[in-house]
Design a protein around this ligand. Structure first.
Ligand code: BDR
Ligand code: CA
Length: 309
């Protein structure tokens, strides 16, 4: 079993990634840290616990993190994910308390107790991860790896922005944090829009019918989340489950390894993730950026995990 910590901003697709993680026997979720992104951090923290409690999971602790990006104000995505951040899925408010520590200290404590054993999966803005690396400079070297959903790399026709014409939401939201993380010594796998905007990785009405035919708790919640996305956006994009899937079956993807420069600030180019040639990169380390995906095989894996009894 691979030990993981999930840093997330649920969010419909974050919730789907959480369901996928909980339904995957290869993974042991040691803890969850929450960040502001799709919704304010109090709401993302409640949503993570709403999903856990719905599935009867009471032994995974949730620690709340940053309420805003390092240098910008929060621009949430409630217009996309619904006023509750979870597609109005009607889950009750959480009863489980939050872990008392800040996300970055909780993260550091878990990693220091199991050096080189834990993979961090970050599916929101990278604010918590940047704080963790700044407050605990030894962390990047002590993680087994970091898998993140973020960026638009122009590697496929889908690798354009979704927040601006050039920038992906998570990176755009906190480009200063992303810069810190992409420059650090942690080994990074990045899933960008190049992969997750490919229609072959999205759920459609036909998939929804298949999900509705199953009556397990995970399938019932998945159906509500997917139905909201399809009703409002025509399809359900699986950005964050794709990041998680790199840990379940890396052979679904091809990767290129290259230095990635993140453009910070608040100009037109805020949040651009630029792949550099090795000669241009200075001190920047290599990131493994997904360049292609077997969409049908990914969807099959996702559905089988969610629908299995
Ligand atoms: C990313 O932005 C968020 O809205 C999604 O949860 C995903 O992590 C996609 O750009
Ligand atoms: Ca997310």
């Amino acid at each position: 079993m691979r030990k993981v910590i999930l840093d997330m901003d649920p969010g419909i697709d974050d919730a789907l990634a959480l369901l996928l993680a909980l339904r995957s026997p290869e993974l042991q979720v040691l803890g969850i840290t929450t960040v502001a992104g799709n919704a304010p951090v109090e709401m993302t923290s409640a949503n993570a616990r709403r999903v856990l409690e719905y599935l009867g999971v009471t032994d995974i602790l949730v620690a709340m993190g940053a309420a805003k990006p390092l240098k910008h104000t929060l621009a949430d995505a409630l217009n996309y994910h619904g006023p509750d951040g979870l597609g109005q899925c009607n889950l009750p408010p959480p009863r489980l308390p939050l872990h008392p520590a800040k996300a970055w200290d909780f993260l550091a404590e878990l990693v220091l107790n199991a050096p080189s054993e834990i993979t961090l999966v970050a599916t929101g803005p990278l604010t918590n991860v940047a704080h963790a690396f700044q407050y605990h400079p030894e962390l990047p070297k002590l993680l087994a790896g970091l898998v993140l959903m973020g960026g638009a790399y122009s590697l496929t026709p889908y690798g354009k922005g979704n927040q601006t014409p050039f920038a992906e939401f998570n990176i755009w939201q906190d480009p200063e944090a992303a810069y810190i993380v992409f420059s650090s010594e942690v080994d990074i796998i990045a899933i960008g829009l190049d992969i997750s905007m490919n229609p072959a990785t999205c759920l459609t009405g036909q998939h929804l019918e298949q999900i509705k035919a199953s009556h397990t708790p995970a399938a019932r919640l998945t159906a509500k989340l997917v139905e909201y996305a399809i009703k409002h956006h025509g399809r359900c994009e699986l950005h964050d489950p794709l990041a998680l899937a790199t840990l379940l079956d890396a052979s679904l993807f091809d990767f290129i390894s290259a230095p990635v420069e993140v453009i910070s600030g608040n100009g037109w180019d805020r949040g651009i993730t630029r792949i550099l040639a090795l000669g241009q990169a200075g001190e920047l380390p290599l990131t493994h950026v997904a360049a292609s995906v077997d969409g049908p095989r990914f969807l099959k894996l996702f559905l089988s995990r969610i629908l299995e009894k």
